[in-house]
Write a protein that binds this ligand. Sequence first.
Ligand code: 0O2
Length: 215
Amino acid sequence: MELKETGDGVDSWKEVNLIYNAALKQVETKMQILNEEFQHVHQYNPIEHIKSRMKTPESIVKKLKRHGKESTIENMIEYVNDIAGIRIICSFTSDIYRIADMLRHQRDIQVLAVKDYITYPKASGYKSYHMIVTVPVYLSDRIVDTKVEIQIRTVAMDFWASLEHKIHYKFEGDAPEHIQNELVECAKLVADLDARMLMLNEEILAIGQGQNDHG
Ligand code: 0O2
């Protein structure tokens, strides 16, 4: 796979790869620090685990084609928002907004776009909170504000999305109707499970609080 080199800032695939990788590491470290601090202050870990990945050159070219764009370095930087992607998996729906807020308040993070598929799930049943942010990457001679796509979702939402993703690819986006319907039903079960687990957790926290107040 060849990408034409036309940009006059970041101008080679190797350099792009280096910069996006650095951005990914920075966001990952930020998340780990926030999680550790949260654990220290509130004795609770909002983050279950973090997955990060660089989009393959093949997927980048595919996405550019889908947008009707030529495969150039300039275009991939401008139009492909998820070259660097990080997925944050948490226990409860309430953690999602807590994590998003913590990120939003970091001085060097700029939020470019948000897609709240938690409040507004996709017709397929997909739920997740997406943020496109930039982080400054400090090179020896300049600073490059670099885009990272952050997806925040619960363990249950992630389980659903992984299977749906596999099905989507297997049927090239045209799964049989009964499978699509079943996925929508499963998404409802996931939403119900998330809501019940959250309620259960809040009840347990309230009991703990009550015991502290009386002790
Ligand atoms: P892949 O293979 O995961 O990388 P944009 O990135 O903004 O140009 P889009 O699709 O408008 O394109 O953005 P959106 O809706 O925020 O989706 C970005 C990513 O979210 C997707 O990347 C998927 O990873 C995930 N996603 C979005 N919708 C669904 C869905 O219905 N099911 C599942 N399982 N994942 C979804 P890619 O590049 O499409 O795919």
